[in-house]
Ligand binder design. Structure first.
Ligand SMILES: *Cc1c(COP(=O)(O)O)cnc(C)c1O
Length: 424
Protein backbone atom coordinates (compact mmCIF):
# COMPACT_ATOMS: atom_id res chain seq x y z
CA UNK A 1 0.00 0.00 0.00
CA UNK A 2 1.58 3.28 -1.01
CA UNK A 3 1.83 5.95 1.63
CA UNK A 4 -0.21 8.39 -0.47
CA UNK A 5 -3.32 6.19 -0.45
CA UNK A 6 -2.77 4.44 2.87
CA UNK A 7 -3.28 7.70 4.75
CA UNK A 8 -6.86 7.60 3.39
CA UNK A 9 -7.18 3.90 4.25
CA UNK A 10 -7.37 2.97 0.59
CA UNK A 11 -5.76 -0.45 0.18
CA UNK A 12 -3.50 -1.73 -2.59
CA UNK A 13 -6.13 -3.72 -4.43
CA UNK A 14 -8.45 -0.68 -4.68
CA UNK A 15 -5.53 1.49 -5.72
CA UNK A 16 -4.38 -0.96 -8.40
CA UNK A 17 -7.90 -1.56 -9.68
CA UNK A 18 -8.58 2.17 -10.12
CA UNK A 19 -5.21 3.23 -11.42
CA UNK A 20 -5.03 0.43 -14.00
CA UNK A 21 -8.40 1.51 -15.38
CA UNK A 22 -7.33 5.14 -15.42
CA UNK A 23 -4.62 4.38 -17.97
CA UNK A 24 -7.35 3.72 -20.54
CA UNK A 25 -8.89 7.15 -20.06
CA UNK A 26 -6.14 9.42 -21.36
CA UNK A 27 -7.77 9.94 -24.72
CA UNK A 28 -11.01 11.00 -23.03
CA UNK A 29 -9.08 13.52 -20.92
CA UNK A 30 -7.85 15.00 -24.20
CA UNK A 31 -11.35 15.58 -25.55
CA UNK A 32 -12.52 17.08 -22.26
CA UNK A 33 -9.55 19.47 -22.30
CA UNK A 34 -10.33 20.55 -25.84
CA UNK A 35 -13.81 21.70 -24.78
CA UNK A 36 -12.30 23.43 -21.73
CA UNK A 37 -9.97 25.50 -23.92
CA UNK A 38 -12.84 26.67 -26.12
CA UNK A 39 -15.03 27.65 -23.18
CA UNK A 40 -12.15 29.25 -21.34
CA UNK A 41 -11.44 31.46 -24.34
CA UNK A 42 -15.13 32.38 -24.52
CA UNK A 43 -15.18 33.52 -20.88
CA UNK A 44 -11.89 35.40 -21.10
CA UNK A 45 -13.00 37.17 -24.25
CA UNK A 46 -16.29 38.26 -22.64
CA UNK A 47 -14.38 39.74 -19.69
CA UNK A 48 -12.01 41.64 -21.97
CA UNK A 49 -14.78 42.84 -24.26
CA UNK A 50 -16.64 44.33 -21.30
CA UNK A 51 -13.46 45.98 -19.97
CA UNK A 52 -13.75 44.26 -16.63
CA UNK A 53 -11.82 46.27 -14.08
CA UNK A 54 -10.90 46.29 -10.44
CA UNK A 55 -13.43 49.05 -9.79
CA UNK A 56 -16.28 46.69 -10.71
CA UNK A 57 -15.55 44.65 -7.59
CA UNK A 58 -16.61 47.47 -5.25
CA UNK A 59 -19.45 46.38 -2.96
CA UNK A 60 -22.81 48.11 -3.13
CA UNK A 61 -25.36 48.10 -0.34
CA UNK A 62 -28.96 49.13 0.21
CA UNK A 63 -30.92 49.55 -3.01
CA UNK A 64 -27.82 48.99 -5.12
CA UNK A 65 -28.57 51.77 -7.60
CA UNK A 66 -25.91 52.24 -10.30
CA UNK A 67 -24.06 49.07 -9.43
CA UNK A 68 -21.60 49.04 -12.33
CA UNK A 69 -20.16 45.68 -11.32
CA UNK A 70 -23.61 44.10 -11.43
CA UNK A 71 -24.20 45.44 -14.92
CA UNK A 72 -20.85 44.11 -16.12
CA UNK A 73 -21.53 40.66 -14.61
CA UNK A 74 -24.84 40.52 -16.45
CA UNK A 75 -23.32 41.65 -19.74
CA UNK A 76 -20.48 39.11 -19.42
CA UNK A 77 -23.00 36.33 -18.81
CA UNK A 78 -25.06 37.54 -21.78
CA UNK A 79 -21.94 37.46 -23.98
CA UNK A 80 -20.81 34.02 -22.80
CA UNK A 81 -24.29 32.63 -23.51
CA UNK A 82 -24.61 34.77 -26.68
CA UNK A 83 -27.89 36.36 -25.58
CA UNK A 84 -29.40 39.84 -25.53
CA UNK A 85 -29.58 40.10 -21.75
CA UNK A 86 -28.78 38.51 -18.43
CA UNK A 87 -30.03 38.59 -14.87
CA UNK A 88 -27.31 37.32 -12.53
CA UNK A 89 -27.99 38.00 -8.88
CA UNK A 90 -27.15 36.87 -5.36
CA UNK A 91 -30.86 37.47 -4.70
CA UNK A 92 -31.59 34.44 -6.89
CA UNK A 93 -30.98 32.06 -4.03
CA UNK A 94 -30.86 28.75 -5.93
CA UNK A 95 -31.53 27.09 -9.25
CA UNK A 96 -35.10 26.36 -8.23
CA UNK A 97 -35.61 30.02 -7.36
CA UNK A 98 -34.13 31.22 -10.67
CA UNK A 99 -36.44 28.85 -12.57
CA UNK A 100 -39.38 30.00 -10.44
CA UNK A 101 -38.64 33.66 -11.20
CA UNK A 102 -38.32 32.94 -14.94
CA UNK A 103 -41.62 31.03 -14.93
CA UNK A 104 -43.68 33.43 -12.79
CA UNK A 105 -42.21 36.40 -14.65
CA UNK A 106 -43.25 35.12 -18.04
CA UNK A 107 -46.52 33.27 -17.41
CA UNK A 108 -49.91 34.85 -16.78
CA UNK A 109 -53.22 33.36 -15.58
CA UNK A 110 -54.76 31.26 -18.36
CA UNK A 111 -51.40 30.40 -19.89
CA UNK A 112 -50.16 26.86 -20.12
CA UNK A 113 -46.70 25.51 -19.39
CA UNK A 114 -45.50 22.43 -21.24
CA UNK A 115 -42.66 20.04 -20.49
CA UNK A 116 -41.96 17.94 -23.59
CA UNK A 117 -39.21 15.93 -21.87
CA UNK A 118 -41.11 14.26 -19.05
CA UNK A 119 -41.30 15.09 -15.38
CA UNK A 120 -39.14 18.04 -14.34
CA UNK A 121 -36.70 18.15 -11.44
CA UNK A 122 -38.29 17.22 -8.09
CA UNK A 123 -38.28 20.71 -6.56
CA UNK A 124 -40.20 22.08 -9.56
CA UNK A 125 -43.16 19.83 -8.79
CA UNK A 126 -44.08 22.22 -6.01
CA UNK A 127 -43.43 25.31 -8.13
CA UNK A 128 -45.66 24.08 -10.96
CA UNK A 129 -48.25 22.53 -8.66
CA UNK A 130 -47.80 18.94 -9.81
CA UNK A 131 -47.64 18.34 -6.06
CA UNK A 132 -50.25 20.60 -4.41
CA UNK A 133 -48.23 23.45 -2.87
CA UNK A 134 -49.06 26.89 -1.56
CA UNK A 135 -48.18 29.57 -4.07
CA UNK A 136 -47.69 27.24 -7.03
CA UNK A 137 -48.27 28.31 -10.65
CA UNK A 138 -51.40 26.18 -10.55
CA UNK A 139 -52.90 28.36 -7.80
CA UNK A 140 -52.48 31.34 -10.12
CA UNK A 141 -54.45 29.62 -12.88
CA UNK A 142 -51.45 28.54 -14.93
CA UNK A 143 -51.98 25.01 -16.19
CA UNK A 144 -49.35 22.41 -16.91
CA UNK A 145 -48.98 19.66 -19.44
CA UNK A 146 -46.27 17.09 -19.81
CA UNK A 147 -45.25 14.81 -22.65
CA UNK A 148 -43.04 11.97 -21.56
CA UNK A 149 -40.08 10.76 -23.55
CA UNK A 150 -40.57 7.54 -25.50
CA UNK A 151 -39.38 4.34 -23.81
CA UNK A 152 -36.15 4.60 -25.82
CA UNK A 153 -35.74 8.19 -24.48
CA UNK A 154 -36.44 9.82 -27.88
CA UNK A 155 -38.88 12.73 -28.15
CA UNK A 156 -42.54 11.88 -28.58
CA UNK A 157 -43.05 14.27 -31.49
CA UNK A 158 -46.69 13.32 -32.12
CA UNK A 159 -47.49 13.83 -28.46
CA UNK A 160 -45.71 17.19 -28.40
CA UNK A 161 -47.53 18.42 -31.53
CA UNK A 162 -50.85 17.46 -29.96
CA UNK A 163 -50.00 19.09 -26.63
CA UNK A 164 -49.19 22.52 -28.09
CA UNK A 165 -52.34 24.68 -28.16
CA UNK A 166 -53.29 28.37 -28.22
CA UNK A 167 -52.74 28.43 -24.48
CA UNK A 168 -49.16 27.13 -24.60
CA UNK A 169 -46.99 30.07 -23.62
CA UNK A 170 -43.77 28.58 -22.34
CA UNK A 171 -42.01 25.30 -22.91
CA UNK A 172 -39.57 24.13 -20.28
CA UNK A 173 -36.81 21.79 -21.36
CA UNK A 174 -34.64 20.22 -18.71
CA UNK A 175 -31.24 19.49 -20.19
CA UNK A 176 -29.88 17.41 -17.33
CA UNK A 177 -31.21 14.08 -16.16
CA UNK A 178 -31.64 15.56 -12.68
CA UNK A 179 -32.92 12.76 -10.46
CA UNK A 180 -34.37 10.73 -13.34
CA UNK A 181 -32.65 7.78 -14.88
CA UNK A 182 -32.63 9.05 -18.44
CA UNK A 183 -29.90 10.39 -20.69
CA UNK A 184 -29.09 14.08 -20.52
CA UNK A 185 -30.14 15.98 -23.62
CA UNK A 186 -27.30 16.95 -25.92
CA UNK A 187 -27.12 20.40 -27.50
CA UNK A 188 -27.98 18.76 -30.86
CA UNK A 189 -31.12 17.20 -29.36
CA UNK A 190 -32.15 20.49 -27.75
CA UNK A 191 -31.72 22.19 -31.13
CA UNK A 192 -33.85 19.57 -32.86
CA UNK A 193 -36.58 19.85 -30.23
CA UNK A 194 -36.71 23.66 -30.26
CA UNK A 195 -36.71 23.76 -34.07
CA UNK A 196 -39.65 21.34 -34.10
CA UNK A 197 -41.57 23.36 -31.50
CA UNK A 198 -40.95 26.74 -33.17
CA UNK A 199 -42.23 25.32 -36.49
CA UNK A 200 -45.53 24.58 -34.75
CA UNK A 201 -45.74 27.78 -32.72
CA UNK A 202 -43.09 30.39 -33.40
CA UNK A 203 -43.91 32.74 -30.51
CA UNK A 204 -43.79 30.15 -27.73
CA UNK A 205 -41.02 30.82 -25.19
CA UNK A 206 -38.50 27.96 -25.10
CA UNK A 207 -36.75 27.89 -21.74
CA UNK A 208 -33.93 25.47 -20.92
CA UNK A 209 -33.17 24.43 -17.36
CA UNK A 210 -29.40 24.39 -17.89
CA UNK A 211 -28.45 23.24 -14.37
CA UNK A 212 -25.26 21.12 -14.48
CA UNK A 213 -24.90 21.63 -18.24
CA UNK A 214 -22.83 24.83 -18.46
CA UNK A 215 -19.46 24.47 -20.21
CA UNK A 216 -19.82 20.72 -20.75
CA UNK A 217 -20.18 21.33 -24.48
CA UNK A 218 -18.78 24.08 -26.69
CA UNK A 219 -22.21 25.61 -27.18
CA UNK A 220 -24.99 26.52 -24.77
CA UNK A 221 -28.74 26.03 -25.43
CA UNK A 222 -29.15 29.76 -26.17
CA UNK A 223 -26.96 29.24 -29.26
CA UNK A 224 -29.40 26.72 -30.70
CA UNK A 225 -32.68 28.57 -30.27
CA UNK A 226 -33.47 28.67 -26.55
CA UNK A 227 -35.14 31.98 -25.62
CA UNK A 228 -34.19 31.62 -21.97
CA UNK A 229 -31.57 29.61 -20.16
CA UNK A 230 -31.50 29.27 -16.38
CA UNK A 231 -29.09 27.86 -13.83
CA UNK A 232 -27.47 28.01 -10.42
CA UNK A 233 -24.18 29.65 -9.46
CA UNK A 234 -23.40 26.98 -6.87
CA UNK A 235 -23.24 24.55 -9.75
CA UNK A 236 -21.07 24.80 -12.89
CA UNK A 237 -20.88 28.52 -13.73
CA UNK A 238 -19.95 29.65 -10.22
CA UNK A 239 -16.74 27.65 -10.50
CA UNK A 240 -16.87 26.79 -6.80
CA UNK A 241 -16.25 30.40 -5.75
CA UNK A 242 -19.66 32.04 -6.11
CA UNK A 243 -21.13 31.70 -2.60
CA UNK A 244 -24.75 32.11 -3.78
CA UNK A 245 -26.71 33.07 -6.86
CA UNK A 246 -28.54 32.13 -10.00
CA UNK A 247 -28.67 33.32 -13.58
CA UNK A 248 -31.29 33.85 -16.23
CA UNK A 249 -30.05 34.73 -19.72
CA UNK A 250 -31.93 35.14 -22.97
CA UNK A 251 -34.09 37.52 -24.97
CA UNK A 252 -34.24 40.97 -23.42
CA UNK A 253 -38.03 40.97 -23.06
CA UNK A 254 -38.15 37.66 -21.19
CA UNK A 255 -35.20 38.48 -18.94
CA UNK A 256 -36.86 41.82 -18.15
CA UNK A 257 -40.10 40.01 -17.23
CA UNK A 258 -38.13 37.83 -14.85
CA UNK A 259 -36.42 40.88 -13.32
CA UNK A 260 -39.82 42.50 -12.65
CA UNK A 261 -40.79 39.41 -10.73
CA UNK A 262 -37.49 39.10 -8.85
CA UNK A 263 -37.53 42.66 -7.53
CA UNK A 264 -40.79 44.50 -8.18
CA UNK A 265 -42.84 45.57 -11.20
CA UNK A 266 -41.36 48.90 -12.27
CA UNK A 267 -38.03 48.31 -10.54
CA UNK A 268 -36.73 45.29 -12.46
CA UNK A 269 -32.99 45.17 -13.01
CA UNK A 270 -32.34 48.67 -11.65
CA UNK A 271 -32.02 47.59 -8.02
CA UNK A 272 -30.35 44.85 -6.02
CA UNK A 273 -27.13 45.38 -4.11
CA UNK A 274 -24.35 42.91 -4.82
CA UNK A 275 -22.78 43.19 -1.32
CA UNK A 276 -19.26 42.55 -2.56
CA UNK A 277 -20.09 39.32 -4.39
CA UNK A 278 -19.23 40.54 -7.88
CA UNK A 279 -15.60 39.51 -7.47
CA UNK A 280 -16.16 35.87 -6.42
CA UNK A 281 -18.98 35.49 -8.96
CA UNK A 282 -16.69 36.58 -11.78
CA UNK A 283 -13.59 34.80 -10.55
CA UNK A 284 -15.73 31.68 -10.29
CA UNK A 285 -16.96 32.15 -13.86
CA UNK A 286 -13.34 32.59 -14.92
CA UNK A 287 -12.42 29.22 -13.34
CA UNK A 288 -15.63 27.44 -14.34
CA UNK A 289 -14.50 25.95 -17.68
CA UNK A 290 -11.59 24.23 -15.94
CA UNK A 291 -13.59 23.23 -12.86
CA UNK A 292 -16.24 21.67 -15.12
CA UNK A 293 -13.50 19.77 -16.97
CA UNK A 294 -12.20 18.43 -13.64
CA UNK A 295 -15.70 17.35 -12.62
CA UNK A 296 -16.16 15.61 -15.97
CA UNK A 297 -12.93 13.70 -15.53
CA UNK A 298 -14.16 12.55 -12.12
CA UNK A 299 -17.46 11.43 -13.67
CA UNK A 300 -15.68 9.44 -16.39
CA UNK A 301 -13.34 7.89 -13.80
CA UNK A 302 -16.32 6.77 -11.69
CA UNK A 303 -18.22 5.45 -14.71
CA UNK A 304 -15.24 3.37 -15.85
CA UNK A 305 -14.77 1.85 -12.37
CA UNK A 306 -18.37 0.97 -11.64
CA UNK A 307 -19.07 -0.24 -15.14
CA UNK A 308 -16.14 -2.62 -14.80
CA UNK A 309 -17.67 -3.90 -11.56
CA UNK A 310 -20.90 -4.77 -13.33
CA UNK A 311 -23.06 -1.81 -12.31
CA UNK A 312 -25.25 -0.04 -14.84
CA UNK A 313 -23.95 3.49 -15.32
CA UNK A 314 -25.41 6.45 -17.18
CA UNK A 315 -23.70 7.82 -19.18
CA UNK A 316 -21.17 5.11 -19.94
CA UNK A 317 -17.50 5.99 -19.53
CA UNK A 318 -16.83 6.90 -23.14
CA UNK A 319 -20.25 8.28 -24.06
CA UNK A 320 -20.69 11.91 -25.13
CA UNK A 321 -21.62 13.99 -22.08
CA UNK A 322 -23.96 16.95 -21.76
CA UNK A 323 -23.88 17.49 -17.99
CA UNK A 324 -21.52 16.69 -15.11
CA UNK A 325 -23.81 14.13 -13.45
CA UNK A 326 -22.86 10.49 -13.30
CA UNK A 327 -25.71 8.15 -12.42
CA UNK A 328 -24.83 4.72 -11.09
CA UNK A 329 -27.47 2.11 -10.56
CA UNK A 330 -26.44 0.74 -7.20
CA UNK A 331 -28.96 -2.13 -6.97
CA UNK A 332 -29.44 -1.83 -3.18
CA UNK A 333 -29.84 0.84 -0.48
CA UNK A 334 -26.76 -0.60 1.28
CA UNK A 335 -24.61 0.13 -1.78
CA UNK A 336 -26.05 3.65 -2.09
CA UNK A 337 -25.35 4.43 1.55
CA UNK A 338 -21.82 2.97 1.50
CA UNK A 339 -20.95 4.91 -1.67
CA UNK A 340 -22.18 8.18 -0.16
CA UNK A 341 -20.36 7.50 3.12
CA UNK A 342 -17.15 7.02 1.14
CA UNK A 343 -17.60 10.27 -0.79
CA UNK A 344 -18.14 12.04 2.53
CA UNK A 345 -15.01 10.46 4.00
CA UNK A 346 -13.05 11.84 1.07
CA UNK A 347 -14.22 15.43 1.58
CA UNK A 348 -12.06 18.37 2.70
CA UNK A 349 -14.84 19.65 5.01
CA UNK A 350 -16.87 17.46 7.40
CA UNK A 351 -15.01 14.29 6.44
CA UNK A 352 -15.70 12.95 9.94
CA UNK A 353 -19.50 13.05 9.74
CA UNK A 354 -21.68 10.25 8.45
CA UNK A 355 -24.43 11.10 5.95
CA UNK A 356 -27.86 9.59 6.59
CA UNK A 357 -31.07 9.53 4.53
CA UNK A 358 -33.60 12.23 5.58
CA UNK A 359 -36.85 13.78 4.40
CA UNK A 360 -35.76 16.93 2.60
CA UNK A 361 -38.18 19.72 1.71
CA UNK A 362 -39.15 19.45 -1.96
CA UNK A 363 -38.43 15.74 -2.34
CA UNK A 364 -40.95 12.89 -2.11
CA UNK A 365 -38.71 10.18 -0.63
CA UNK A 366 -35.83 10.20 1.87
CA UNK A 367 -32.65 11.50 0.28
CA UNK A 368 -29.07 10.80 1.27
CA UNK A 369 -26.59 13.53 0.44
CA UNK A 370 -22.85 13.33 0.76
CA UNK A 371 -21.15 16.68 0.57
CA UNK A 372 -18.21 18.09 2.39
CA UNK A 373 -18.28 21.38 0.62
CA UNK A 374 -16.82 24.81 1.25
CA UNK A 375 -20.15 26.27 0.15
CA UNK A 376 -23.22 24.65 1.61
CA UNK A 377 -24.95 22.41 -0.91
CA UNK A 378 -22.61 23.35 -3.74
CA UNK A 379 -22.90 20.43 -6.09
CA UNK A 380 -20.05 21.58 -8.34
CA UNK A 381 -17.99 20.39 -5.37
CA UNK A 382 -17.63 16.62 -5.06
CA UNK A 383 -21.01 15.36 -3.91
CA UNK A 384 -23.39 12.47 -4.24
CA UNK A 385 -27.12 12.34 -3.71
CA UNK A 386 -29.61 9.56 -3.94
CA UNK A 387 -33.31 9.31 -3.25
CA UNK A 388 -33.72 6.08 -1.28
CA UNK A 389 -36.11 4.36 -3.67
CA UNK A 390 -35.73 1.70 -6.38
CA UNK A 391 -33.70 1.34 -8.56
CA UNK A 392 -31.31 2.85 -5.98
CA UNK A 393 -29.55 5.17 -8.32
CA UNK A 394 -26.85 7.38 -6.92
CA UNK A 395 -26.25 10.70 -8.68
CA UNK A 396 -22.69 11.71 -8.36
CA UNK A 397 -21.20 15.02 -9.48
CA UNK A 398 -18.54 17.60 -9.08
CA UNK A 399 -15.03 17.89 -7.92
CA UNK A 400 -13.40 21.30 -8.09
CA UNK A 401 -10.13 19.51 -8.76
CA UNK A 402 -9.50 16.16 -10.38
CA UNK A 403 -7.17 15.03 -7.58
CA UNK A 404 -10.07 15.33 -5.17
CA UNK A 405 -12.66 13.69 -7.41
CA UNK A 406 -10.27 10.79 -7.97
CA UNK A 407 -9.53 10.27 -4.28
CA UNK A 408 -13.20 10.61 -3.33
CA UNK A 409 -14.25 7.94 -5.81
CA UNK A 410 -11.49 5.60 -4.66
CA UNK A 411 -12.62 6.13 -1.07
CA UNK A 412 -16.24 5.41 -2.04
CA UNK A 413 -15.20 2.14 -3.65
CA UNK A 414 -13.03 1.27 -0.64
CA UNK A 415 -15.99 1.86 1.72
CA UNK A 416 -18.15 -0.52 -0.31
CA UNK A 417 -15.33 -3.06 -0.28
CA UNK A 418 -14.80 -2.73 3.49
CA UNK A 419 -18.50 -3.51 4.02
CA UNK A 420 -18.22 -6.60 1.84
CA UNK A 421 -20.51 -5.15 -0.84
CA UNK A 422 -18.02 -5.47 -3.71
CA UNK A 423 -14.99 -7.65 -4.37
CA UNK A 424 -12.24 -6.51 -6.68
C1 LIG B 1 -30.06 21.41 -9.21
C2 LIG B 1 -31.13 21.46 -10.22
C3 LIG B 1 -32.23 22.29 -10.09
C4 LIG B 1 -32.50 23.09 -8.86
O1 LIG B 1 -31.44 23.77 -8.38
P1 LIG B 1 -31.27 24.12 -6.81
O2 LIG B 1 -30.17 25.09 -6.86
O3 LIG B 1 -30.91 22.85 -6.11
O4 LIG B 1 -32.54 24.69 -6.35
C5 LIG B 1 -33.14 22.32 -11.12
N1 LIG B 1 -33.00 21.55 -12.19
C6 LIG B 1 -31.96 20.72 -12.34
C7 LIG B 1 -31.86 19.88 -13.58
C8 LIG B 1 -31.00 20.65 -11.37
O5 LIG B 1 -29.97 19.82 -11.52
Amino acid sequence: MSNLYSQFKIDTSTENFCLTLEKELLETWGSIDKIMHINGAKVLHAMQKNKLSDTHFAATTGYGYNDLGREVVEQIYADVFKTEAGLVRPQLISGTHALTVALFGNLRPGDELLSPVGKPYDTLEGVIGIRPTNGSLKEYGITYKQVDLNPDFSFNYDGIREAITDKTKLITIQRSKGYSYRPTLTIAQIKELITFIKAIKSDVICMVDNCYGEFVDVMEPTEVGADLCVGSLIKNPGGGLAPIGGYIVGKEEYVENAAMRLTAPGLGKEVGATLGLTQPVLQGLFLAPEVVANALKGAVFAAAIFEKLGFEVMPRAYELRSDIIQAINMKSPENVIAFCEGIQKGAPVDSFVNPEPWDMPGYDSPVIMAAGAFIQGASIELSADAPIKPPYTVFFQGGLTFYHARLGIMKALQTMKDKGLVTL
